[in-house]
Write a protein that binds this ligand. Structure first.
Ligand SMILES: *Cc1c(COP(=O)(O)O)cnc(C)c1O
Length: 351
């Protein structure tokens, strides 16, 4: 299988925009090639210059942590940009389709809808694992991408590794594994499998464990043909200079991030155990992420009562296979205590 044959013809034939900084690389002291403000910017940092279109310094630093070569790394304005670009580059509107596995992250479907690409849905099994038989029946010759979220949002569980491998080995399109929550998981990343499967794309993000949702930075790791295609279709300066600078500084602080991950996992287990002792809580789903899916006797009612106390959780009670469920992010120890206290008081009032 040649991955390049999967892309749309218009993308294959596209001449990408060539920036001033693409055309000149090297040492110079006077830059009069990009119509920038040569006097400076009205800020302390040198934001008058366009950023590196391929973010090589940042990718180099990420590569040292992830062990993935730069040529197998794409950076997006959030992973959401990578999701959109994958659909845009590989799926012909009105003709091709993607497969998603509900209940799952909402952006795959929204991006496909924006791009007028058909979405085929194969629900997870009642245990929130992959329904391999139905996935295989649903794939047709126009299926270009299968989106697999593991650990899955909103259910919190990791998908069984050998099931994902079955899809990777048999599906002739792209298999996108969204690992937004991998830092909290017992299961290891699929990054190690990149050399095995040319059709594998692993998505990770700085928005969750890294604590940088505001700077909008996501990563896609894949074979070089896929990365080359993403680089060809992306907006030339998709990662701005402040984001590149801040991410580089954050990567120096990995110990802090690892400490927060450690505490979050401990808090996740403590919160799960404490919630399980509350009368109206019917079920706690085991989580490999930084949130817990919880089935409640009357989820919507509790959702609004918590809101009145200034505590906002995510109401997932109308979502396929998540009837009467709330998705609760694991907060700080103090926040989790406040939540537990509020739920106990509120539910005592209802009995
Ligand atoms: C939060 C989340 C993301 C992150 O998206 P960004 O655009 O990088 O902030 C991606 N996938 C899933 C499943 C998520 O829950």
């Amino acid at each position: 299988m040649d991955i390049r044959d999967l892309q749309r013809d218009n993308i294959k034939n596209l001449s990408p925009y060539s920036t001033a900084r693409d055309e000149f690389k090297g040492e110079a002291s006077i830059f009069l090639d990009a119509n920038e403000n040569s006097f400076g910017s009205p800020l302390p940092a040198n934001y008058n210059r366009y950023p590196d279109p391929l973010q090589l310094d940042l990718k180099d630093a990420i590569s040292k942590i992830k062990g993935v070569p730069i040529e197998n790394t794409f950076l997006g304005n959030g992973s959401d940009e990578a999701i959109d670009l994958l659909i845009r580059a590989f799926c012909n509107p009105g003709k091709d389709n993607i497969i998603i596995l509900p209940p799952t992250y909402g952006m795959y479907e929204v991006s496909a809808n924006i791009n007028d690409v058909e979405v085929k849905k194969v629900n997870l099994l009642p245990n929130y694992q992959l329904d391999l038989e139905r996935i295989s029946e649903t794939i047709n010759s126009n299926t270009k991408i299968i989106f697999i979220c593991s650990p899955n949002n909103p259910t919190g569980n990791s998908l069984i590794r050998s099931d994902i491998e079955t899809i990777l080995a048999n599906f002739k399109g792209l298999v996108v594994i969204d690992e937004a929550y991998i830092n909290f998981a017992r299961q290891k990343s699929f990054i190690q499998e990149l050399t095995e499967y040319a059709n594998l794309v692993v998505l990770q993000t700085f928005s969750k464990a890294w604590g940088l949702a505001a700077i909008r930075l996501g990563m896609a790791f894949s074979s070089t043909p896929v990365i080359d295609i993403l680089n060809k279709v992306k907006p030339p300066y998709n990662i701005n200079q402040p984001t590149q600078d801040l991410a580089l500084a954050a990567l120096e602080n990995i110990q802090q991030v690892n400490e927060w991950i450690r505490i979050t996992v401990i808090e996740r287990e403590r919160l799960s155990n404490a919630l399980a002792r509350i009368e109206v809580v019917k079920k706690i789903y085991p989580s490999d992420a930084n949130f817990i899916l919880v089935e409640i006797e009357d989820a919507q009612n509790l959702y609004y009562k918590l809101l009145e106390q200034g505590i906002v959780v995510r109401d997932r009670s109308k979502v396929t296979l998540c009837e009467n469920c709330l998705r609760i992010t694991v907060g700080t120890t103090e926040e989790n205590n406040e939540l537990l206290k509020a739920i106990s008081i509120l539910t005592e009032q209802t009995v």
